[in-house]
Design a protein around this ligand. Structure first.
Ligand code: V47
Ligand code: SF4
Length: 354
């Protein structure tokens, strides 16, 4: 049975959820990898992409309490922090010599911040770094802003775009299953609301990424339903740039699940590449997979390793043992050592002329 489905996938035919479930549960890892590599090679040859980027987590104060999150703090906690707009802008301008192409901005849902903070932050970063794309605020933050500003999510996106927003990051998707969300992140917007905000962004011409948090208490069925919802939306809008399966990091959070092992990470990447046939890019996010598994991931369907990052906080708060950042040379070298050709890209996956 898996052999017939593998043939179908190898020929580029679309898989049903039931097909993918059989592959995920029954196909051996080598056969899965072979087909995922063929699909990846058909799109990208030997290219493996990365971006020269910087992360800014502007606040860790959050009114939600997602059970898997080790990053968020309550206002008044000893290690709670919020960057002023000028402090955040200083983080990007202090690295003026570095040819940064993307600034990735996400944070907690901080009720102490006024609505104006967000467009000012985008505008400040954009002015300091006109050559970089600003990829900022998950759909969860957009929904929070709409609620706080008493305006529609469409208006929030329009205000942010006016300030210089180029793309939305993929966070906050977690797993769409309502039953699982009730266990993992009951305060968070629903999966349907997350999808609606991404659809709205795409309709306004703002591209976005998509994620899924995996390797905790979910099943393959939950994973595939999540992927199916993403594939359906991508059929309608073609606005997603990239899919990023995020391996759950198990430390310092309430969920106390185990986290995926190396084989599960590779299997998840391969199934994503095969099933999400309308997503051009698949990211092995080295921060959460570890650099070695990310290198292997290039052979299992991934074509992107994200970026230099500089200072990652969310995965490291939950025990990620990867470095906090990598230099451009280190990433390029990791790609070459894996047998692929490094291609520096923009947020929009255009190759950067060297
Ligand atoms: O939404 C929180 C996740 C996400 C844990 O769009 C955890 O290019 C693992 O979405 N273990 C934020 N993950 C990060 C994110 C992201 C990162 C890099 C690139 C892009 C992109 C997006 O981090 C959250 C949540 O799903 N997260 N806690 C944890 N313990
Ligand atoms: Fe807040 Fe995001 Fe952490 Fe959830 S995952 S508690 S929304 S910072």
């Amino acid at each position: 049975m898996p052999a017939r489905i593998l043939d179908k996938a190898a020929q580029g035919e679309r898989l049903t959820l039931d097909d993918a479930l059989i592959l995920a549960q029954e196909a051996d890892i080598h056969s899965l990898g072979r087909v995922a590599l063929a699909r990846r090679t058909a799109r990208h040859g030997r290219n493996a992409y990365f971006v020269y980027n910087q992360h800014i987590n502007y606040t860790n104060i959050c009114q939600n309490a997602c059970r898997f999150c080790a990053f968020s703090r309550q206002s008044g906690d000893r290690d709670a922090y919020t960057l002023s707009v000028s402090e955040a802008v200083e983080r990007v301008s202090s690295r003026r010599e570095d040819p940064i192409r993307e600034v990735h901005i996400v944070g907690g849902l901080n009720p102490n911040l006024p609505y104006e903070y967000y467009p000012e932050l985008v505008q400040g970063v954009k002015n300091a770094r006109p050559a970089a794309s600003v990829k900022a605020f998950t759909a969860v933050e957009v929904a929070f802003l709409a609620e706080r500003g008493n305006i529609s999510p469409r208006q929030v996106l329009e205000d942010l775009r006016q300030a210089g927003l180029d793309a939305l990051p993929g966070g906050g998707a977690e797993v769409f299953s309502p039953a699982l969300r009730q266990k993992l992140c009951p305060e968070k917007i629903s999966g349907q609301q997350w999808l609606n905000i991404h659809q709205l962004a795409h309709e306004l011409g703002i591209p976005s990424n998509a994620t899924m948090l995996f390797g905790h208490v979910e099943t393959w069925w939950d994973r595939l339903e999540h992927l199916l919802a993403l594939r359906d939306l991508q059929d309608r809008t073609a606005g997603f740039l990239c899919f990023i399966p995020l391996p759950y990091q198990p430390h310092h959070n309430e969920l106390r699940a185990k986290g995926p092992d190396g084989l599960d990470i590779l299997r998840m990447l391969a199934i994503s590449r095969i099933f999400l046939d309308n997503f051009a890019h698949l990211k092995a996010y080295w921060v959460m997979t570890g650099v070695k598994a990310a290198q292997m991931g290039l052979w299992y369907g991934a074509d992107d390793l994200d970026g230099t990052i500089v200072e990652e906080r969310i995965g490291h708060a939950a025990g990620a043992t990867s470095p906090k950042g990598m230099t451009r040379d280190q990433i390029a070298q990791a790609i070459v050592q894996s047998g692929f050709t490094p291609v520096e890209r923009t947020s929009h996956f255009e190759a950067v002329a060297q």
